[in-house]
Design a protein around this ligand. Sequence first.
Ligand code: ATP
Ligand code: MG
Length: 472
Amino acid sequence: MSTNFSSALTHPVFKVVSQIASEKGISAFVIGGFVRDLIIGRPSKDIDIVVLGNGLELAQLSAEKLRVKKVSLFKNFGTAHFAYKDLDVEFVGARKESYRSDSRKPIVEDGTLQDDQNRRDFTINALALSLNIETFGNLIDPFNGLKDIELGIIRTPLEPDITYSDDPLRMLRAIRFATQLNFKIETKSLESILRQSDRLKIISQERINEELNKIILADQPSRGFILLKSTQLLHQFFPEMIALVGIETIDGKSHKDNFYHTLEVLDNVAEKSDSLWLRWAAILHDIAKPPTKRFDKEIGWTFHGHEDLGARMVPRIFTRMRLPLDQKMKYVQKLVRLHLRPIALVKGTVTDSAIRRLLNEAGDDIEDLMTLCNADITSKNEFKVKKYKQNFEIVSLKLKDVEEKDQIRNFQPPVTGELIMQTFGVGPCAEIGIIKSQIKESILEGTIPNEYEAAYAEMLRIGAELGLKIEA
Ligand code: ATP
Ligand code: MG
């Protein structure tokens, strides 16, 4: 008896496609991620429909019936796509792919449903549900993918060496799915990945990033990074992170393993925020610890300046990894540079002026910086963690307090350059910059409040010191 999922295929798209396929005498199946997610009970917006016959025509007729106006046809690839409500529906002809050792591009030809399932990456991604009227909802599962979902196993349909060598990106996808779904990768697969991890070099960085960012966005990204390290895939595209691995001991003094520390921070951030770039800041916050590491006989291990060097490494890493070089990079760079600042406040005495300076530098990213910094409090010593977290609370409260009182976050000078020029009857000159920065300095230091009257008086005082005369 075959397993049937017709009761789960209630969406009008399936009924319509089924009806039209039957009228045209062709076969159609839902396949891949949508079926997997349906069984797992995970929401999914992409429907892939594989067609034995003319997929373009089936797509067009289905769209008409659903009153969808825009259908994109890719005649060269034999694929079609339309959006229906919040779903993306893609039609593609069943394909057979054969790879030759001397070329990365497969030879693609029309194939059977079985051919199409053979070319899929994992058993859990090769499941198909029939849309044909007589067999509507029947599961076609040649590789026991359903059982692998139940067992939580990532397994390749063919021999792992073949599946991974045909398209080495699949090695990264194995880890991506294992991380997202909290599945185990079967041992045979892991061994195969380790054997050919260096083949990832032939994959474009853009394709790598798509999978890497999905790993980073998972509930517990550390799971993925531990697998990336043990399979040596991480070595291929992220040597700076591999450099964080390891503990050194001199005179009985050891430092912590910065790779595992970074993963702890990343998981802590992931608990609080879904922001990809905040998570990237967690990954990179200690990236310059290896090149700044020193041993001092008196004080032990130090990593002086790792926040500044780390911030300088960010653009280099983003460029090489083809990550965006826009505001997102600047944001990550800023968080890396400032990541020690709140903690320094936690350890010392918290003055209003130190808080104002931090607010002024972090601007609107202050909350994210505090999230990162709080996540950075990790130690085997529970007492220490508790004490730091308590102090951290105090700094957070103080921040709110100062912010309400002084409004420093997006600092706008209460006295403008224009007013300074008018008051002293001068044109643009060096003195204006001096006056403005000294007023700002006094406000941050707390010698005057962030208000017009006080700033005006301060302007007059500094102007007089500089020998400027008030315009009559
Ligand atoms: P999600 O969209 O949730 O990230 P998905 O499984 O739908 O996961 P896609 O990248 O959208 O992943 O791919 C859709 C389907 O196409 C997969 O389920 C799989 O069957 C197949 N597929 C995608 N990429 C590959 C690949 N590199 N090798 C083999 N099959 C692949
Ligand atoms: Mg998908």
